[in-house]
Design a protein around this ligand. Structure first.
Ligand SMILES: Cc1cc2nc3c(=O)[nH]c(=O)nc-3n(C[C@H](O)[C@H](O)[C@H](O)COP(=O)(O)OP(=O)(O)OC[C@H]3O[C@@H](n4cnc5c(N)ncnc54)[C@H](O)[C@@H]3O)c2cc1C
Length: 319
């Protein structure tokens, strides 16, 4: 286990925010994790992955935990178990090389295996929930291990039980994904090329990917907007999404379109900028402070509300 006091979190968040953590601990086994949780019982703990969906708003006066466990193994020909600290894209690259498919549409999404289950990451019509069979966790309070089935994770759009009822209560320690033998290298390559053309490259331009989630509006609201904006892109909601099933007849409208219509593409506030290639992304263009990013995001969502009467909510976790 490695411990660092009063450490800069700059290398641990893709937005490139230079704040400090009182204590940063990286563990390399479940026993070490258990030991850390016992020693620091009751203290403020934040488990991070690659920090690619976080916005640190100030110094973190608690303990940042990170996993150094990064192995994967086949359970059988249809399931692979990956440890929480493995980069999701490294796993997909390895599977593709070994001629296994199923996860290739999630290629190049930043972040680690643990967060893929927390966030239910998704791209190009596939979400983690479609490929996750079960999730292994450790209870922060009791250090007991618990397995969650796919259903128990209550996955929704960029959502899971670990973001709500059980927020901060369990650490995802490994994830079992369903795979199958099959060639995926062409699709993977196409997705990598598309993403590289559109999204900021981690390590070159600071961001946390899509800053906002796409909003869902009632059908009547979408119809009224379509009269005013006949070209507005809109999508009938897939009935497989349990989050959406709660209320029927919802229509998804791309937040990127709404933001672009409000004239934000490429606009800056302090060091923060609405990405010129994809307005759903806010980037750290020039030594942005957390305040710059928060203020820009607030102005963007206020103008979408004013023009369209639609609330858009951050996907990014403010810490
Ligand atoms: C350029 C760019 C493009 C992106 N594109 C996409 C995309 O296409 N689709 C998409 O869905 N997302 C996308 N994202 C967002 C990001 O990749 C995902 O949210 C990813 O899952 C975050 O993983 P992470 O390891 O960095 O988690 P972090 O950002 O470190 O953490 C995210 C959350 O998960 C929690 N967490 C992390 N690890 C654990 C664990 N082991 N146990 C319990 N809780 C944990 C954290 O506490 C936090 O609440 C993008 C981000 C960037 C920067």
């Amino acid at each position: 286990m490695k411990k660092y006091e009063n450490i800069s979190l700059l290398p641990y968040n893709t937005f490139g925010i230079d704040v400090k953590a009182r204590l940063f601990i990286e563990y390399y086994s479940l026993d070490e994790l258990r030991q850390v949780l016992k020693e620091h019982k009751g203290e403020q703990i934040l488990h991070i992955g690659q920090g690619s969906n976080l916005l640190f708003t100030r110094d973190f006066n608690g303990i940042i935990l990170h996993s150094g466990m990064a192995r994967a193994r086949f359970i059988d020909d249809e399931t692979v178990e990956a440890q929480n600290g493995l980069r999701l894209d490294d796993l997909i690259a390895q599977l593709t090389d070994m001629a296994y498919c199923g996860m290739e549409k999630l290629s190049l999404i930043p972040g680690e295996v643990g967060a893929s289950a927390v966030q239910n990451v998704g791209a190009y019509g596939v979400e983690a929930k479609d490929v996750i069979e079960r999730v292994y966790t450790m209870d922060v309070e009791t250090q007991e291990e618990r397995v969650f089935t796919n259903e128990e994770c209550k996955f929704g759009y960029r959502d899971s039980i670990f973001k709500h009822e059980l927020k901060g209560k369990y650490i995802v320690t490994s994830v079992v994904y369903k795979v199958k033998p099959g060639e995926a290298s062409k699709t993977r390559e196409e997705i990598i090329q598309t993403r590289m053309a559109k999204l900021p490259t981690v390590g070159e331009v600071g961001s946390a990917g899509s800053f906002f989630m796409n909003p869902f509006v009632p059908e009547e609201k979408a119809k009224a907007l379509l009269e005013l904006y006949p070209d507005m892109p809109h999508f009938e909601v897939q009935s497989s999404n349990p989050q959406i099933l709660k209320s029927s007849n919802l229509v998804k409208i791309p937040a990127a379109w709404l933001i672009e219509q409000c004239g934000w593409k490429g606009k800056t506030l302090g060091g923060a900028q609405v990405w010129h290639k994809q307005p759903l992304v806010i980037v750290n263009a020039n030594n942005a402070t957390p305040e710059d990013i928060i203020a820009l995001a607030a102005q963007v969502s206020a103008s979408v509300k004013e023009k369209f009467g639609i609330d858009i909510h951050p996907e990014v976790n403010y810490i």
